[in-house]
Design a protein around this ligand. Structure first.
Ligand code: DOR
Ligand code: ZN
Length: 342
């Protein structure tokens, strides 16, 4: 069936978003808050968000930055193995999930976990499981860069088996190995970014180096992208869209020692629509991938929003307040023509 030229998406959700803080937060928050109903907000600030006071204050700064847009920031805490049951009970109402970073694996993750001994993590993860707080994980070892995620799968399996009622979300998966793990454990879920559905390592480093496509986990091989596409286009019920949109100032990207992160927030829905159209995948799957699956997995009820896209070319701006987006200056196929509440 041919795709309609005008497409309506309801209540889009971004289940993995970096909104940063300070000036950057003010510069980029609108890009997500205008078109999305809500997002899971990553806690890797400097210093990371680890207390109730910090969560509450960060949410207030986000709300201030988004003004009167209808947008729910679903807050997260930066995982520490020292969190005990009493602390988690006291913070449960303020957060939607807790994000675990292996120490030093990516931007601002120095205070993360080193070593994944189940016994060291047991008290915190059992309490999270009992309190129904999902665990979001940046799943990479410190091995060879192309193998880090695949190597981490055995850690996912160990955690999933040891805490069978804990919802574990494999964040921004990039490999066929992670896709395969989804169906082996009932309590494993995943987010997938838009950039990992479009690019492979060839796009990053196959020609001249493309700093604005450099991120962690690094884009992988064509067969990995195929595995991601398969579950995304089918709206596998355990996968959801999470952009991992991660803005850095232009100078931090176009420099010797390029910061990891791809900024996609303002173009994510347009690109996803293009992707589903290109593959002639059912529109209802796109709707599930960008909203329905996440609502089911997290049990959230975001505020309703309607986004209308039309099939005319949109030239991606060179920069959004000093942040260069993916595909800057290039033409993409869809334009957002209307956004309304309800
Ligand atoms: O590329 C990335 N950028 N990957 C991450 O995990 C973190 C993110 C960031 O915060 O910049
Ligand atoms: Zn991230």
């Amino acid at each position: 069936m041919p795709y309609p030229t005008r497409i309506t998406l309801n209540t889009p959700l971004d289940m993995h978003l970096h909104l940063r803080d300070g000036e950057m937060l003010h510069n980029i928050a609108q890009a997500s808050a205008h078109t999305f109903s809500g997002a899971i907000i990553m806690p890797n600030l400097v210093p990371p968000v680890t207390t109730k006071e910090e969560v509450v204050a960060y949410r207030a700064r986000i709300e201030e930055a988004i003004g009167d847009e209808t947008f729910t920031p679903y807050m997260t805490l930066f995982f520490k193995p020292s969190y005990d049951r009493a602390f988690l009970e006291s913070i449960k109402e303020e957060i939607t999930a807790i994000k675990l970073y292996p120490a030093g694996i990516t931007t601002n993750s120095e205070g993360g976990v080193s070593g994944f001994d189940v016994e060291d993590l047991r008290e915190t993860l059992e309490a999270m499981s009992d309190l129904d707080i999902p665990l979001c994980v940046h799943g990479e070892t410190n091995g060879f860069v192309m193998d880090r995620e695949a190597e981490f799968v055995s850690i996912y399996e160990r955690l999933a088996a040891a805490f069978p009622r804990l919802k574990i979300i494999m964040e921004h998966i990039t490999t066929k190995e992670s896709v395969a793990a989804l169906d082996r454990f009932e309590n494993l879920y995943a987010t997938i970014t838009v950039h990992h559905l479009f690019i492979t390592l060839d796009d990053v480093a196959g020609g001249m180096l493309q700093p604005h496509l450099f991120c962690k986990p690094i884009a992988k091989r064509p067969e990995d992208r195929e595995a991601l596409l398969k579950v995304a286009l089918a709206a596998h019920p355990k996968v959801m869209f999470g952009s991992d949109s991660a803005p850095h100032p232009r100078e931090a990207k176009e420099s010797c020692g390029c910061a990891a992160g791809v900024f996609t927030a303002p173009i994510a829905l347009q690109l996803l629509t293009e992707l589903f159209e290109t593959h002639n995948a059912p529109l209802e799957n796109l709707q599930k991938f960008i909203s329905g699956n996440a609502q089911n997995i997290y049990g959230i009820m975001p505020p309703a929003k309607t986004v209308i896209l039309e099939k005319h070319p949109f030239t991606v701006p060179e920069s959004y307040n000093g942040v260069v987006p993916m595909y800057a200056g290039e033409e993409i196929k869809y334009t957002i023509t209307e956004v309304s509440d309800g």
